[in-house]
Design a protein around this ligand. Structure first.
Ligand code: MOS
Length: 754
């Protein structure tokens, strides 16, 4: 079903670990069930918490009666806003690493209800089943207030959010006069686009197991994309010192952004553990996974003007997006539209509108996955209006500089993505007319779109410890949310020190390890990988220094750059016969271990003068049943330029997974709110549809070779998010080609096709 891997032949020295399609080093642990997730850890005194969720979307709790729950033998306590202790959190506002501007929701703070499913009580009992049962016995009366959960009703009440999180800058000022250029354009399209609310829904639901030690210290197993983020949160909210709280998250069963902020279950589990002086586990139910964070709904307008030859003359992209009443969640949405194509007259506008919902949260390629489809569907419409091939239209307006800033890209092989993707897909055989391609009774459509994501980097630290036994341990408090962090960091370390993969252990997911930022934004290879390389470089430099200084050694007196490492040896570049085992060098120097720590920082100067991005070209084939309106995505080719690929196997898995996500976004995923109740109706995986194996056919991934010496010392950009960005538009465009039906409202369900 799934096509063979397409692995580029990266130009690497033989023996190098970087660039090899190595299998996951944690794979066996995961498939045998030996990997333990946050809610699978145990303690001899473990109690179980179950969260009671608000039944209304807005208002106040007027009465909360916990007597029936407390009367059950085995129920230990019910925490509510009436009996919760005073906490550091409640005296002083505090923000997590991914908190937007505003005031984070504080569970059990007071009687006020700000969104449906808001956590309003925690029942703690001797067993999970008892806690869940007792939770149903908690009686709550509310005074309801009028709520608003419909973005369409408030779309005219949008406001422009101020500058916020570092990664998301407000749209650049207009250039030229886009409205006038649009009015005067020889050919124009002016369309609106909507996309539904999506929820992250990782396989592993959010859970926290808090082990309470007799001295009052805590070991917290949490589902998180940042062990340090969780640790800081717990310390600040509960007034504890870092020495009192250790956070572990060695395995994470998917997250996609849902673990970028600490979630309710963490607060509840720590609250109960510190109050009851017992270990406590709290895990959200699948419906409760709809009680926090989501990809926000958006209403957009894209207007494009062009000359008859396809030259873009006007580009307008406006978006209004939902946020909560208490925080300004921003993902900008429109900025990539000013970056993708050369155009002299551009106006970008982004607004937020407040709803009575919980604050949205980064979800795989936040902003780009939302805004780029609108642009790329409009580009397809423009190509149709011009009677021009959609690839050609994109090449016609190609740019090697970021028009938003005027800075050149550090590297951008999108042209090669178009070319190689088109060739692999067989694009040249496409007949442009809609409904012109068939397979028996089915209509066949071929569509394409471009994708873009930022190549970000943060500061990170790593420690490398080489033992006299020749084994290396490298560590950093980063996360592996299924993306392959364990594996690629092991490869980078093995590569620098010329060791076998088996001799390297990488540790992560532990707040006691060297500092790493939250794992998100596709920046972990760039940030942590650079730190791992830097720490290992230092170990190597020390070994080389020792070998050169040793008087009778085979490498004595060689210049440092003449010495390399391979197979556990230090080797002279010019004469591989001159070599000495690493362990011998250490023994001679009387060292049992060599330990080095290093911090990597982005190349700030280069970053101020260049644009950094990953790019893709996505080609999709759909097959539509003209009578039933059902659509299948039979083929996808995704050609990706993301710098050097550390591991073509795990990277390819990232892109394939993202294509599946894109397919879900295009055709299935949609949180449906009953606006009378203000709550999501389909809050389970039976009714919130995600693609299943039967929906997935042929997915082919190409990594286009891209050299980049400015992005970071590895030349690698990260591939966690670029894979989703072009997919929804490629599918929507293929549907148009198959049927002549243009759908601009995602997901494309059967009713919209017929
Ligand atoms: Mo991703 S939304 O950066 O986990």
């Amino acid at each position: 079903m799934i096509a063979k891997p397409s692995i580029p032949d990266l130009l690497r020295e033989p023996g190098a670990r970087i660039g090899r399609p190595v299998s996951r080093v944690d794979g066996r642990l995961k498939v045998t069930g030996a990997a333990r997730y946050a809610a699978e850890h145990d303690a001899s005194d473990l109690a179980h918490g179950y969260i009671v969720s608000s039944a209304i979307a807005r208002g106040r709790i007027t009465r909360i009666d916990t007597r029936a729950a407390l009367a059950l033998p085995g129920v230990l306590q019910v925490f509510t806003h009436e009996n919760r202790p005073s906490l550091a959190w409640f005296d002083r506002k505090w923000k997590d690493q991914d908190a937007p501007k505003g005031s984070p929701l504080r569970p059990l703070y007071d009687a006020e209800i700000q969104h449906a499913l808001q956590p309003v009580a925690l029942v703690v009992a001797e067993s999970f089943e008892l806690a869940r049962h007792a939770a149903r016995l908690v009686e709550i009366e509310y005074e309801e207030a009028t709520h608003q959960t419909d973005l369409h009703a408030v779309r005219d009440q949008g406001f422009t959010p101020g500058k916020d999180k570092g990664g998301f800058q407000p749209p650049p000022k207009p250039r030229g006069d886009a409205d006038r250029a649009l009015a005067e354009a020889e050919v124009a399209v002016d369309v609106s686009f909507t996309q539904a609310t999506e929820y992250h829904n990782p396989m592993e639901m959010h859970g926290s197991t808090v082990v309470h030690h007799p001295d009052g210290t805590l070991t917290v197993y949490d589902k998180t994309q940042g062990a340090l983020n969780t640790q800081t949160y717990v310390c600040n909210v509960f007034g504890l010192s870092q020495a009192q709280v250790r956070v572990l998250s060695p395995f994470v069963g998917g997250a996609f952004g849902s673990g970028l902020r600490p979630q309710h279950q963490l607060f509840m589990a720590v609250l109960a553990a510190t109050q009851l002086k017992r270990s406590v586990r709290v895990e959200l139910s699948r419906p409760q996974m709809f009680s926090f964070g989501h990809r926000p709904e958006t209403i957009q307008r894209v207007a494009l003007g062009a000359r008859r030859d396809g030259t873009l003359t006007a580009l307008i992209h406006e978006a209004v997006q939902e946020s909560s009443r208490y925080e300004n969640y921003v993902e900008i949405v429109v900025n990539w539209s000013g970056q993708q194509y050369r155009c002299d007259n551009v106006r970008l506008d982004y607004k937020l509108a407040r709803l009575d919902v919980h604050t949205p949260l980064d979800q795989r390629a936040p902003g780009a996955a939302t805004g780029v489809p609108a642009l790329e569907i409009a580009m397809d419409e423009l190509a149709c209006a011009l009677d021009m091939d959609p690839v050609e239209l994109r090449l016609k307006n190609y740019t090697d500089v970021d028009p938003n800033t005027g800075n050149p890209f550090s590297s951008k092989e999108l042209r090669a993505c178009f070319r190689q993707g088109a060739e692999r897909f067989g694009w040249a055989k496409r007949t442009p007319q809609p409904r012109s391609m068939r397979d028996g009774r089915y209509l066949v459509g071929w569509g394409m779109a471009a994708g873009v994501w930022d190549a970000m980097q943060g500061q990170a630290t790593a420690r490398a410890t080489l033992g006299i036994d020749g084994r290396l341990t490298v560590s950093s408090a980063t996360a592996d949310i299924g993306t392959g962090t364990y594996t690629v960091m092991t490869q980078i370390a093995a590569d620098v020190l010329g060791l076998a993969m088996e001799d390297v252990t990488f540790l992560l997911g532990d707040s006691s390890l060297p500092m790493a930022p939250i794992e998100g934004g596709s920046w972990t290879v760039s940030s942590v990988g650079s730190a791992v390389k830097a720490a290992c470089d230092r170990v190597r430099d020390r070994l080389v220094g020792l070998a050169r200084k040793s008087n009778e050694g085979p490498l004595a007196g060689l210049p440092a750059e003449e010495v390399t490492m391979a197979d556990g040896h230090l080797v002279a570049r010019s004469d591989p016969a001159r070599r000495v085992p690493v362990t011998e060098v250490m023994r001679a120097a009387d060292l049992l271990t060599i330990e080095e720590e290093a911090r990597s920082v982005p190349y700030y100067l280069a970053r101020s003068r260049h644009a950094f991005g990953t790019h893709s070209a996505v080609f999709a084939e759909v097959r539509v049943d003209p009578e039933l309106g059902t659509m299948q995505v039979t083929r996808v080719v995704s050609a990706v330029a993301a710098g050097r690929i550390i591991n073509p196997k795990t990277a390819r898995s990232q892109i394939m997974g993202a294509v599946v996500w894109g397919l879900g976004m295009a055709m299935q995923e949609e949180a449906l709110i009953d606006h009378r109740l203000g709550r999501v109706m389909n809050h389970d995986l039976a009714e919130y549809h995600v693609p299943v194996a039967a929906d997935i056919h042929d997915i082919d991934v190409i990594f286009v070779e891209e050299q980049d010496e400015m992005v970071n010392p590895l030349g690698a950009k990260g591939v966690g998010e670029i894979g989703i960005v072009g997919v929804p538009a490629a599918i929507a465009n293929a549907l148009y080609h198959a049927t002549g039906v243009r759908v601009r409202d995602l997901p494309i369900t059967v009713d919209k096709i017929l």
